[in-house]
Design a protein around this ligand. Structure first.
Ligand code: SF4
Length: 225
């Protein structure tokens, strides 16, 4: 982990977020149903936004609700979500999760998450086979309005370059570090997550980061660049 003192780390995160907010604007907090968010995040794993949206549209055209997705022949679901890639794995995870939820509660509903602490909700969601900590964090952040920061590929890359996580931190380790109060203050986690994704797509790209036109260049140690 960085040797930077916690207060200094928090101060840097606040400064970075202010600068990025000026560049990209303040993000609006969404209100998404927890089960919708869980299913759509499974669909979006390791694919582009365009392919995810195309698969989502195809899913909506073919099935009226999640119960139809649960009971559909596996091949039909795979066919509907093919454009998202990894369709066999995703179809299995979606149906197994829906089936487990149905067996447990007799209905497809995740409102019980509202009664759980953050840790309990993460543990519950990652108990479904194929649901990782990033997917669970998306449900907490976007559906439950919890101060939880998902670590996707953009957040992982940009926070590494910015020196907020160790250069060799895995995504799971990054998740623990960035959701620690000594690094990213809880009230900034949603906005900072969105800003880093925007910045990672537009400027701090995986292949060739455009450091010369970067609005946080003076705050960045450019680790590994
Ligand atoms: S200075 Fe370069 S490495 Fe640092 S955030 Fe900006 S684009 Fe990324």
């Amino acid at each position: 982990m960085s040797t930077t003192a916690p207060t200094s780390l928090r101060r840097r995160v606040r400064a970075l977020n202010r600068r990025l907010e000026k560049e990209y604007g303040s993000p609006e907090k969404p209100r998404i149903d927890p089960l919708d968010e869980l299913m759509l995040t499974i669909l979006s794993q390791n694919t582009s936004d365009t392919n995810r949206d195309s698969a989502h549209e195809s899913l909506r055209r073919r099935f009226d609700d999640w119960d139809e997705v649960r009971t559909a022949p596996r091949g039909e679901l795979e066919d509907a979500i093919k454009s998202a890639g990894l369709w066999q794995q995703k179809a299995r995870t979606m149906q197994e999760t829906l089936e487990a939820l149905h067996a447990e509660r007799g209905e497809l509903d995740l409102s019980q998450l509202n009664e759980m602490s953050d840790e309990e909700a993460i543990d519950y969601l990652t108990g479904f086979r194929g649901v990782g900590v990033k997917t669970a964090a998306c449900v907490l952040c976007f559906a439950l309005g919890r101060p939880y920061m998902p670590v996707d590929t953009h957040v992982h890359r940009t926070t590494r370059r910015l020196g907020l996580i160790p250069e060799d931190a895995s995504a799971v380790q990054a998740h623990s570090i960035l959701n620690d109060d000594s690094v990213v203050p809880p009230e900034l986690r949603f906005a900072f997550h969105i800003q880093l994704i925007r910045h990672g797509r537009a400027v701090c790209r995986a292949g060739r980061p455009d450091c010369e036109s970067c609005v946080i260049e003076d705050l960045c140690p450019k680790i590994g660049v």
